[in-house]
Design a binder for this molecule. Structure first.
Ligand SMILES: C[S@@+](CC[C@H](N)C(=O)[O-])C[C@H]1O[C@@H](n2cnc3c(N)ncnc32)[C@H](O)[C@@H]1O
Length: 209
């Protein structure tokens, strides 16, 4: 009962605040300014990416959680392009195969229950040569102490942060799905606890053949 109240009425507001940390907003800008045309964003959240889409004509905002999506309303009204809410999960995308040129994920792959299935779905819906743009907090491969903490604290993090895993090796999962790397960088974002500050910022391509 109390947990349900937390999830419905408290967590969405916490998420909206935490996800506006300046270092995260800088990474959104870096990832999104050049993204153009029609875009599918998975795990749209409270719409914090909207001001950074300067070249987008139409956005499919996929967000399964209605309590979170509610907080995006004003930002959607202010957007300079149409935003269509798709209430679905990334594990089962309601789009035809080879239909989209761009898919975006910002701090969503950490929270999706079945990461492997969602990446297969993103790969399926992208056109050959299409791009997945991602920024995600990930397992810190370089620092064993942090890595241990990430494994240890993930069960608690999943409870307090709506299924978020601190310990996912997302680069590995992307490569196993068959994506090709267009660009890939790791950045330690300032102003965040060490267990969640190691970021992967990457663009991955679906093969042309
Ligand atoms: C940490 S929040 C990030 C929100 C937003 N992308 C941002 O950058 O602020 C994770 C988001 O993933 C969404 N999510 C969780 N499971 C999902 C799934 N199976 N498919 C799509 N989105 C999912 C959550 O509802 C939440 O909006």
């Amino acid at each position: 009962m109390l947990y349900k109240i937390y999830q419905q009425h408290i967590f969405p507001h916490l998420l909206n605040q935490v996800m506006q940390t300046p270092a995260l907003m800088d990474l959104r800008r870096e990832l999104l300014l050049g993204v153009s045309n029609e875009v599918l964003e998975i795990g749209f959240g409270t719409g914090l990416n909207l001001p950074f889409y300067q070249l987008v004509d139409k956005l499919y905002a996929l967000e399964p959680n209605a309590d979170i999506f509610k907080l995006a309303e004003t930002r959607i009204q202010q957007a300079a392009f149409p935003v269509e809410h798709i209430q679905a999960s990334a594990e089962n995308l309601p789009f035809a195969a080879n239909s989209l040129q761009h898919v975006v994920s910002t701090w969503t792959l950490c929270s999706i229950p079945d990461l492997e299935q969602s990446l297969k779905e993103i790969y399926r819906v992208l056109q050959p040569g299409g791009t997945l743009h991602v920024v995600e907090h990930v397992l810190n491969r370089q620092n064993l102490n942090i890595q241990c903490l990430q494994h240890l604290l993930t069960p608690i993090q999943k409870k307090v942060a709506d299924g978020c895993h601190l310990n996912r090796d997302i680069e590995n999962a992307l490569l196993e799905t068959g994506f090709e790397i267009e660009s890939l960088n790791y950045i330690d974002a300032a102003g965040l606890p060490q267990i969640g500050q190691h970021m992967l910022l990457a663009r991955l391509r679906k093969s042309k053949d």
